[in-house]
Design a protein around this ligand. Sequence first.
Ligand SMILES: Nc1ncnc2c1ncn2[C@@H]1O[C@H](COP(=O)(O)OP(=O)(O)O)[C@@H](O)[C@H]1O
Ligand SMILES: [Mg+2]
Length: 353
Amino acid sequence: MKRFRVAVLANLKTNAPVFEGMSDDQWDDLDSESTVVSLVNAIKEGGHHAEFLEADESIIDTVRQFKPDICFNIAESHFGDSREAQIPAILEKIQIPYTGSKILTLALTLDKPMTKRVLFWHELPTPEFQVFERADEPLNDDLRFPLFVKPSREGTGMGVSGKSIVNDERELRDQITEIFLRYKQPALAERYIEGREVTVGLVGNLDGPAARRLPHDENLPRMQKGLHFFPPMEVDLEPFKDSDVVYSNRLKVDLADQLNYVCPAPLDAEMVEDLNWYAAAVFRVTGALDVSRIDFRLDASNNWKPYILEINPLPGLSPGISDIVIEAAAEGIDHHELVNMILDTALRRYGMK
Ligand SMILES: Nc1ncnc2c1ncn2[C@@H]1O[C@H](COP(=O)(O)OP(=O)(O)O)[C@@H](O)[C@H]1O
Ligand SMILES: [Mg+2]
């Protein structure tokens, strides 16, 4: 087997800039040193030469110095509306291969409203919504309370708490204003889906030419060919029902070790098949590559109909903590194997393996 030079590109929390007026969850979606060390070690165990490079603006020089055959990219970047696309843009400019989705997909999927427009266009189920750029924009007639209000372009439950569920005009306006102040971006209001919290992780690439289009016959096998689905995971929010009925920033960051992750989720085979079909469809229409995790809510008021909340093309990869790591483990795939699965998928895509 060929031994590749692999640069792990990430943004460490400890290296992140500090600025005045910064909110305390500002860098919650960046990575810890231990995660990055575990990625480097996993890739070394896979038989390659690996090194971590901080994915800041020094990357053009450090990457050229290290001369990787491929980069293992999990960089979220710091600033800008399409920040997750910045490192891929640099790597394409200097023609270095990298794992995971490309510029367009990372820019699109960081923007939840844009992604939802694409999902709606393909008639994929995602909650009805409205984007607010001003606090006094009138609410559309077709939206009914309760609504769920969150930032348009964040992750890791940032800006998501019990207050995200709004029951009337006053709560709606308060929450929109709060998002403007804290996150300086449009607020996304969605129909609130009361129900279960499920997420599906996958590794692979679609076979066949229909990227960004759904085939007319939804039963065609090529719809999912080339993708490996991990068993779906449910986050059991029942113990927190008095404080957090949603997967909030508090749960994801402060209480992560107290959460009950149920994997495989107790769902019947038909539901799992539906979720995988939707996951593949979202992966396809957003043009994602190599790996992703798709978040769903199952609607308690409508026979547990699945609604797509978002696709995460850069899912967290912290050993023992991140959702997709737990899902792989439920299938007997440990962290080191998962990391090498992602790397090998990208190497095959580039014809390097
Ligand atoms: N429309 C909604 N209805 C009910 N809960 C929601 C809705 N949107 C988000 N949530 C809750 O907030 C959490 C975080 O939202 P999500 O869109 O996945 O953003 P993030 O990027 O922070 O993970 C979800 O896992 C879910 O618990
Ligand atoms: Mg999510």
